[in-house]
Design a protein around this ligand. Structure first.
Ligand SMILES: Nc1ncnc2c1ncn2[C@@H]1O[C@H](COP(=O)(O)OP(=O)(O)OP(=O)(O)O)[C@@H](O)[C@H]1O
Ligand SMILES: [Mg+2]
Length: 253
């Protein structure tokens, strides 16, 4: 049982020569086995939250804390965060020229576990995870994300997650750009990870359609750099119905 705790998190980015505050006091607690969905309008800071937890150098934490079982995540290097069990699937995955999927996965697994995986079981694990995600075996020999279609990038992220078995996974718009079949395949992959590993999951999404396959325990509405409201799965349906207007309308007077 592990806990990822975000307390009063403030984050700024450098923009136009000045510093701009994007996150303005985020509070969120995720425990193993829980799935949290974050929904919210464009530009509300959802990806910024994901990047900040992952340790992206562009985002400067100006206040608050992120802890994993009481350990200060913000003090950790990006590698240490991965070894501590944090995983981020980015909204816009980057290409890694000259590194094949197969090598990338093995290197990442070795770095996270502190030892190389046993070759025979590893090859089997990779093959079965790829089959589960309906990925052609030839994918393993392609360079990471080079020329991948949008949907292929997303499958590759889920493949990583299945093989690296993080304690906490943050999936930033893993559903965007997926056709209905791919959405199902990817959701099944996410659910395999959820069932087998007691993982804590933070799912950033714009659409409720992925939440039909992956039922969240909690839904948070993110507006203007913080959590404006939280509830259960029914909140997602209410948002689909009514949009974010009621959060965006300034208070009278
Ligand atoms: N590196 C950066 N430089 C300048 N501004 C940034 C940077 N990163 C984020 N921002 C700004 O911070 C705000 C929040 O961006 P963020 O990507 O976190 O939003 P989001 O909620 O993920 O939006 P979307 O739903 O469109 O993905 C935006 O106004 C964005 O322009
Ligand atoms: Mg985003």
């Amino acid at each position: 049982m592990a806990t990822l705790e975000i307390r009063d998190l403030h984050v700024s980015v450098e923009a136009d020569g000045g510093s701009k505050e994007i996150l303005r006091g985020v509070d969120l607690t995720i425990r193993s086995g829980e799935t949290h969905a974050i929904m919210g309008p464009n530009g509300s800071g959802k990806s910024t939250l994901a990047y900040s937890i992952a340790g992206h150098p562009k985002y400067e934490v100006t206040g608050g804390s992120v802890t994993l079982d009481g350990e200060d995540v913000l003090e950790m290097s990006v590698d240490e965060r991965a070894r501590a069990g944090l995983f981020l699937a980015m909204q816009y995955p980057v290409e890694v020229p000259g590194v094949t999927v197969s090598n990338f996965l093995r290197t990442a697994k070795t770095a996270i576990d502190g030892e190389a995986p046993k070759l025979r079981t590893w090859v089997k694990d990779v093959r079965s995870a790829m089959e589960g995600l309906r990925m052609d075996a030839s994918f393993a020999e392609r360079n990471v994300n080079e020329g991948f279609s949008g949907g292929e990038k997303k499958r590759h992220e889920i493949l990583q997650m299945e093989l690296l078995r993080p304690k906490f996974a943050i999936l930033d718009e893993t559903d965007s750009g997926l056709d209905v079949d791919a959405l199902k395949v990817v959701s099944e992959g996410v659910n395999r990870v959820r069932q087998g590993n007691d993982v804590g999951m933070l799912l950033i999404t714009h659409y409720t359609r992925i939440l039909r396959y992956i039922t969240p325990d909690f839904v948070h509405v993110f507006v203007d750099g913080k959590v404006a409201e939280q509830g259960g799965p029914e909140l997602a349906d209410a948002l689909e119905e009514s949009g974010y207007d009621r959060f965006l309308t300034p208070a009278a007077g």
